[in-house]
Design a binder for this molecule. Structure first.
Ligand code: NAD
Length: 488
């Protein structure tokens, strides 16, 4: 790291990682990384373009040959070392960066660090499980076997909202399966990604097998997703980006695993205690200011308990502590940038103009921190109801039957996650089976994670699944080999 003079103040110039080296972009361009909480300039990083991506992909091809040659146990050991480094040094390496760069409160930042360790350990175990198969051949003299092999070079394009844990998941499973990776992190959070890249190199990933190229989505991201020499691509991001990345990948018939946006529904059934339900619902939407793909931004409540539930939800929203990011009591911090705040505010305004009732919030509290916002009965054609707001805003609608509640939940182009709050298991399970979604959680909110779970969505929420063995399936390919092997 060297020092740069930007607007008269010394800020670190942090270089990207290509083939184990800290390098600037070929063209020398840089961009600023700022803290969403107070707009402080944290660092400048290289603004990589096509030439930088070419270098990283070419090196990754060599890196793949080295990494895939190792035994599964050796790859497992490297990932376990990475987990151990984060377990021992996670606070020093990541905590301040996560808080400053992504605007995370300290409790969420710590959760990301712990989850990163869990993901690396899970991916290390998966590295050993590249099981193949055999099957009977028509000709009894021949033997057929099926091998599971790494894809080769995988591009990884990550979002800003959980910059450590999501990126760890996106990288560790492809690596465990034997792939080389080229990472393009969100332009909002490159510092966390570079710190993770350093951990993985320190743990023993061959330098050529892992690069982190920092840049903008339209330049560096597009260059990576459109690269002709990639074998697979993982994107976690918005549905709009997913469509662009998927189209680019189809040119080369490339495996694309896409984890995209959501507009998750939480059903609150009449048997619930309204105050308990409101508490759970609030956690599911207001965590990290609603900047969670699985946040339950739509709530459908049965009429019998609608009034006390809504009252308790508003009371809970208004009681949230929105203080300093390093204060353990703070629930959430700022939205990532002005564009995100403007979009959120315009979603609320559009809903209210369409006849919705604003029950609380609806404005910025200070800077990019938005008030927790509850909107009652938005029109079904407004952006707030249809589009992902990625903000601390929840729409509540009232249903008169379970059928109606399920139909409302399914009124979405997305299908990432959903939840049903009820103790009446037959009713809850019936709803869960009818909701069009990649996951449905009963008795809790829609924002759930687990290193082994198949995370992914239907519709515009994406393609494929990540986590545990499901990631291994995404980032490996099957090969049928047959040979003469007489039995007598
Ligand atoms: P985004 O789509 O704007 O950006 C994601 C990444 O794609 C960034 O690295 C960006 O630089 C890159 N990118 C942008 N345009 C590109 C292009 N044309 N070609 C290639 N790369 C491009 O998303 P974001 O705002 O960073 O993240 C928020 C979104 O991510 C939300 O929609 C959220 O729901 C989604 N998300 C989904 C999951 C999930 O598990 N399904 C998890 C977290 C976030």
């Amino acid at each position: 790291m060297n020092q740069n003079e930007v607007v008269g103040v010394a800020v670190p110039a942090v270089e990207m990682i290509v083939g184990g080296q800290r390098v600037a972009a070929h063209g020398g361009a840089r961009f600023e990384v700022r803290a969403p909480m107070d707009n402080a300039l944290l660092a400048t990083v290289p603004r990589a373009d096509r030439a930088d991506v070419d270098d990283a992909v070419q090196l990754a091809r060599e890196g793949f040959a080295q990494w895939w040659q190792l035994s599964a146990a050796q790859r497992e050991a490297v990932l376990l070392r990475a987990a151990d480094i984060i377990a021992a040094e996670g606070e020093q390496r990541f905590l301040d960066t996560l808080i400053d760069e992504s605007g995370s409160v300290i409790t969420k930042a710590r959760h990301e660090i712990r989850y990163a360790v869990d993901l690396l350990r899970t991916a290390a175990g998966e590295a050993r499980r590249l099981y193949g198969d055999t099957f009977p051949n028509d000709n009894p003299e021949r033997l057929s076997m099926v091998l599971r092999e790494a894809l080769g070079v995988v591009g990884v394009i990550s979002p800003y909202n959980a910059p450590l844990s999501l990126l760890t998941k996106m990288v560790s499973f492809p690596l465990g399966a034997g792939n080389a990776v080229v990472i393009k992190p969100s332009e909002e959070t490159p510092l966390t990604a570079l710190a993770l890249g350093q951990v993985l190199l320190d743990a023993g990933i061959p330098p050529a097998a892992l690069s982190v190229v920092t840049g903008l989505g339209s330049e560096c991201g597009a260059a990576l997703s459109g690269h002709s020499d990639l074998d697979g691509l993982a994107l976690t991001g918005s549905s709009q980006t997913g469509i662009a990345v998927g189209q680019a990948g189809m040119r080369y018939m490339r495996r694309c695993q896409l984890e995209l946006g959501g507009k998750s529904a939480l059903l609150v059934l009449a048997d619930m205690d309204p105050v308990d339900a409101a508490q759970t619902a609030a956690t599911g939407i207001f965590t990290h200011a609603g900047q969670i793909c699985m946040a339950n931004s739509r709530i459908v409540v049965e009429r019998e308990i609608a009034e006390p539930f809504i009252e308790a939800l508003v009371a809970r929203a208004e009681s949230l502590h929105l203080g300093d990011l390093r204060d353990e009591r703070s629930h959430y911090g700022p939205l990532i940038n002005q564009r995100a705040l403007d979009k959120a505010l315009s979603h609320v305004q559009g809903a209210v103009e369409g006849g919705a009732q604003l029950l609380c919030g609806g404005a910025a509290l200070r800077g990019l921190v938005m008030q927790p916002t509850v909107v009652l009965e938005p029109p079904r054609d407004c952006e707030l109801w249809r589009e992902e707001s990625f903000a601390p805003i929840v729409s509540v609608v009232v249903a008169d039957s379970l059928d109606e509640a399920v139909a409302i939940a399914n009124d979405s182009i997305y299908g990432l996650s959903a939840a049903v709050l009820s103790r009446d298991m037959p009713r809850a399970l019936s709803a869960a089976r009818r909701i069009h979604s990649g996951s449905v959680h009963i008795g809790t909110h829609a924002f759930q994670s687990n290193a082994l779970a198949p995370i992914g969505g239907l519709g515009l929420s994406g393609l494929g699944r990540s986590g545990g063995k499901y990631s291994t399936e995404e980032f490996t390919e099957l090969k049928w080999i047959s040979l003469d092997a007489p039995r007598s």
